[in-house]
Design a binder for this molecule. Structure first.
Ligand code: NAD
Length: 481
């Protein structure tokens, strides 16, 4: 059982202008542990006064922080990295408690991502030329864009926060972070770590709040120059509309319904089993999860048998425990959404291979869901088109490569795609034909420093590494006489 060693005293405060301050707003929101359904704390939902205070601090800090040299910013990032390494266990415990990631995964993937992104941004900043000779007599300057509003989701809380806060600080921007109202504890610790690293006051500010309130106010705020958002396509559209009047830069990392193409020439047992486990990781709450398994007809029945056996071997358990089990969904809200999608799959006539509606036996408390697989799905069913964001896999057969590519691209999304094949020439050909920001070939994993982002309605912009830095920069050209 995990012991928490951190205080939650700052949970009901905001971090503005270098200090933990009482919010102006008295709108309260409970923080719940999804495994126990017990309240673990309470936040205030920021109102316009709180947002303005945070933006004013960031605007004033921008005057001097935007003028700092790269060496000074690198030194601050190195100090921050030291603190991140020291407090990684606190972050892992916080996320396990607030969104239900099992401890081992919370430590090795959720908390570790904060360090991995930070290390790769430090390398990218070191390598970047902020002043570049264009070779035609002109000089290019890369400059921080200004005050950034950063809005993040609950599913990979620190991963998303690091992908936004670190490049903002690395490039000399100042920022206001509004994490998901469902995962405020890890964000509170992140702010404490930035404070400890010694950032000048006002450079980083944290407010807690919801989308309709603080999120909307930030999106239309005249003193915020850029919004970086990760979350649902619905909210991404609302933010873009809200940001239009002030012509802000808006970068969006949105949803996905990523196809996974399984060809007959792959190692079927190994690749199908790994594909099922990857879909279910984080209880299916990953934007780039391979949720649509497209299987070549000649191996379809074999693939179904492996998929069913793999899903049925997945254990569920308490997120506070170590192990490779799955935890609950993050909230009742998500449990209800996932149940509704399982019901939709049944109503549309898909074949339920395993799992199904209702709570798994022995898990009546907590927002647990049965790992579920539907077979014989057609690509026009809701379960094939909409993001479910739970441990639910849909399987569709295809006849040949051309049909596989057509089905894979027949989606409004384009975040990731997966290919399983023993033929490298096919892997390359299919990868080029797929409309997605990341193609994983035979289990190839994401590496820190590589760009992450989507085609089509999965968003715009790329996070991570050198591309992630560029999102936060303006380009200025000097024409010399
Ligand atoms: P969500 O869109 O409801 O909320 C995300 C964040 O946006 C929260 O901080 C929320 O308070 C805020 N928000 C909500 N409505 C808003 C509005 N109108 N204006 C401003 N802010 C608003 O999404 P969620 O349920 O928290 O997260 C799950 C979604 O995030 C999924 O769709 C998933 O695919 C997506 N996601 C995408 C990526 C990616 O990199 N592409 C990564 C993780 C999650």
């Amino acid at each position: 059982m995990t012991q928490t060693h951190f205080s939650t005293d700052n949970l009901a405060r905001f971090y503005i202008n270098g200090a933990w301050v009482p919010p102006a707003s008295d709108r309260r929101f409970p923080v719940l542990n999804p495994a126990t359904e017990q309240k673990i704390g309470e936040i205030r939902l920021a109102d316009i006064k709180d947002v303005n205070a945070a933006v004013t601090a960031a605007k004033s800090a921008f005057e001097s922080f935007s003028m700092t040299g790269k060496e000074e910013r690198l030194e601050l990032l190195e100090r921050f990295l030291e603190v991140c390494r020291r407090r990684a266990e606190d972050l892992a415990c916080a996320m396990s408690m607030e969104m239900g990631a099992p401890m081992t995964m919370s430590r090795e993937e959720q908390a570790a991502s904060g360090i991995g992104h930070l290390e790769s941004f430090i390398e990218a900043l070191r390598a970047q030329e902020e002043r570049e000779d264009l070779g035609n007599g002109d000089t290019l300057l890369r400059e921080p864009i200004g005050v950034c509003g950063l809005i993040t989701p609950w599913n990979w809380p620190i991963n998303q926060i690091a992908l936004k806060v670190v490049p903002a600080l690395a490039t000399g921007c100042t920022c206001v972070l509004k994490p998901s109202e469902h995962t405020p504890v890890s964000a509170m610790i992140y702010a404490e770590m930035i404070h400890e690293a010694g950032y000048p006051k006002g450079v980083f500010n944290l407010i807690q709040g919801d989308g309709a309130g603080a999120g909307s106010i930030m999106s239309s705020h005249p003193d915020i120059r850029m919004i970086s958002f990760t979350g649902s396509t619905r909210a991404g559209i609302a933010i873009t509309r809200n940001a239009a009047d002030t012509v802000k830069r808006v970068t969006l990392e949105l949803g996905g319904k990523s196809p996974n193409l399984v060809f007959a020439d792959c190692d079927i047992e190994e690749r199908v089993a790994a594909s099922v486990r990857e879909c279910m990781l984080n209880t299916g709450q990953s934007c780039d999860a391979p949720t649509r398994l497209l299987v070549e007809r000649s191996i379809y029945d074999r693939a179904l048998a492996v998929a069913k056996e793999t899903a049925e071997a997945i254990a569920l358990g308490d997120p506070a425990e170590e192990g490779d089990h799955l935890g609950p969904l993050f909230d009742k809200l998500q449990y209800d959404r996932v149940q509704a999608m399982i019901e939709a799959g049944l109503a549309e006539g898909a074949q339920l291979l395993t799992g199904g509606a209702g709570k798994p036996h022995g898990f009546e408390t907590g927002w647990y869901v049965k790992p579920t697989i539907f077979a014989d799905v057609s690509n026009d069913m809701r379960i094939a088109r909409e993001e479910i964001f739970g441990p639910v896999l849909v399987i569709l057969p295809f006849e040949d490569e051309a049909e596989a590519v057509r089905l894979a691209n027949d989606t409004p999304y384009g975040l990731a795609a997966y290919i399983q094949t023993g033929d490298p020439a096919r892997a390359e050909r299919v990868a080029r034909a797929l409309q997605a920001g990341a193609i994983h070939i035979n289990g190839g994993a994401f590496n820190f420093g590589s760009p992450f982002g989507g085609y089509k309605q999965s968003g715009n912009g790329r996070e991570g590494g050198k591309h992630g830095l560029e999102d936060y920069q303006e380009i200025k050209t000097l024409h010399h006489a």
